[in-house]
Design a protein around this ligand. Structure first.
Ligand SMILES: Nc1ncnc2c1ncn2[C@@H]1O[C@H](COP(=O)(O)OP(=O)(O)O)[C@@H](O)[C@H]1O
Ligand SMILES: [Mg+2]
Length: 237
């Protein structure tokens, strides 16, 4: 994906990404007994594994194919990217609501996809951890869930900052993005351990085959999805 592209460049009906995410979405439903997940965190062990891209594509897919009120929320206050993917200004978002500068309903931004709204990260702040760990974060999500049927949350990676784990009680679970062939097994296992310890349900793992390192018998070009009730280890390494 080229720098500066927006998610719409990739979310066209005939695009490989849109097709993969449609497949991924139905696979998720099948693996979870047809049960639709409503509120999910997208995370990864480390940076640059493709979380924000996957979160945006998943949000577009859910909004389009479920035909339900959906929002993508950028909770990566350190390296926000959702606004860029949707070609929106970053300001008036999560940080502004948490710091009491804006009301939530004044911050929802429309996206080019029907049924999908965006809550960007908001203005620059110097205390993301403090904001994240304040009880207002949980309140914010209770309120978001009141307005939307499906909530997709882009978060910082687990290993450097465990901030996003505070949301575990507000979410149905997390989907972990894993950059195929690159993320070290010990790091992934540590991230999984941290998620489990905080009671965050791992709904599945998206294997992002950015550089085509997976062998051909993985019959997908970019993404794979799997449910990992046990260890991630036996499946991905
Ligand atoms: N499947 C993919 N194929 C090619 N490039 C990708 C893919 N997924 C992500 N990228 C690129 O990798 C970089 C990091 O992706 P991003 O979604 O911002 O990761 P993260 O949120 O985990 O830091 C971006 O430049 C993005 O365009
Ligand atoms: Mg990101």
């Amino acid at each position: 994906m080229e720098f500066g592209s927006t998610i719409l460049d990739y979310f066209r009906d005939e695009s490989a990404e849109a097709t993969e995410f449609r497949r991924l979405h139905s696979k998720m439903l099948n693996l979870h007994g047809g049960q639709e997940f409503k509120n999910v965190l997208i995370t990864s062990a480390t940076i640059s594994e493709g979380k924000s891209t996957a979160a945006a594509l998943l949000a577009c897919t859910v909004a389009r194919y479920r035909d339900t009120k959906t929002i993508i929320v950028d909770c990566d206050l350190r390296r926000p990217r959702v606004h860029t993917l949707f070609g929106l200004p970053k300001d008036d978002g999560v940080a502004d609501v948490l710091s009491g500068k804006r009301s939530l309903d004044a911050c929802f931004k429309p996206s080019p996809i029907d049924n999908l709204q965006v809550l960007t990260s908001g203005g620059v702040i110097d205390n993301p951890t403090e904001l994240f760990n304040s009880p207002r974060m949980k309140d914010l999500f209770s309120e978001i869930k009141f307005y939307f049927d499906a909530v997709i949350v882009d978060t910082p990676p687990i290993i450097p900052v465990t901030d996003s784990l505070i949301l575990s009680t507000e979410m149905d679970g997390a989907i972990m993005v894993l950059k195929a062939g690159e993320t070290k097994k010990q790091i992934v296992n540590r991230a999984v351990e941290l998620m489990r310890n905080s009671g965050l349900n791992i709904l599945g793992v998206i294997v992002n085959n950015m550089k085509g390192v997976l062998p051909y018998y993985y019959d997908h070009r970019y993404y794979g999805y799997d449910y990992t009730p046990g260890s991630t280890e036996e499946k991905f390494f």
